[in-house]
Design a protein around this ligand. Structure first.
Ligand code: URA
Length: 205
């Protein structure tokens, strides 16, 4: 299927969307990937979290945010008393993009065409879940949701109004926190990450 085309229509359920995404060949990222990583969480979730793309461990497990970034994210939610089980977690791009380097697979950022090709799936998840709040982790997700002009470092931790009347905000990607050199820098980055995510505490049931 050409990258710019609309996907085949699927019915309004999350299960039908998932089935379509699992078979997606709208760009070439499906070829080397182990599997599609679709979103996970309750269909009634009030909070939707959007990351960039699955990493190595997510690609193998078929689940979003189960590797090192996911563990840091879980730690932050736990600190804030937010139950991840009540949150729907997904990614802007549903396949892992990487280059092999010996025994490891090095993450590569998805390009604009790959992000565009995957866009209908994120839109489909949003239409079906209608979350009250969308949290974007990192610039790729934030630009998909809030628009190309969104500036992560200037606008992180600030509520944004979305077209459908819902709200959202962005924070840094947990992998950015993990990449900080030195324990002081890393601790500062982590504290900032938690402070941004604290906007979520008003949405806990
Ligand atoms: N990074 C992401 O953006 N998403 C995942 O699911 C894992 C790591």
């Amino acid at each position: 299927m050409p990258e710019g085309s609309a996907p085949e229509p699927v019915d309004g359920t999350l299960a039908a969307l998932r089935a379509a995404v699992m078979a997606c060949k709208r760009c070439d990222l499906w070829r080397p990937a182990t599997q599609t990583v679709f979103g996970e969480g309750p269909a009634k979730a009030r909070i939707m979290v959007v990351g960039e793309q699955p990493g190595d461990q997510e690609d193998l497990a078929g689940r979003p945010f189960v590797g090192p970034s996911g563990r840091l994210f879980d730690e932050a939610l736990e600190e804030l008393g937010v139950d991840r089980g009540g949150v729907y977690v997904t990614n802007a791009v549903k396949h892992f993009k990487f280059v092999p380097r010996g025994k490891v697979r090095l993450h590569q950022s998805p390009n604009a065409a790959e992000q565009r090709a995957c866009r209908p799936w994120l839109d489909g998840e949003r239409e079906r879940l209608k979350p009250e709040v969308i949290v974007c982790l990192g610039a790729t997700a934030a630009k998909q949701v809030f628009g190309r002009k969104f500036g992560l470092m200037k606008q992180r931790g600030q509520w944004q109004l979305l077209d459908d009347g819902s709200r959202g905000f962005a924070t840094v990607h947990p992998s950015w926190v993990l990449r900080q050199r030195g324990s002081d820098e890393r601790e500062r980055a982590y504290r900032g990450f938690v402070a941004d995510l604290a906007l979520l505490t008003e949405f806990e049931d």
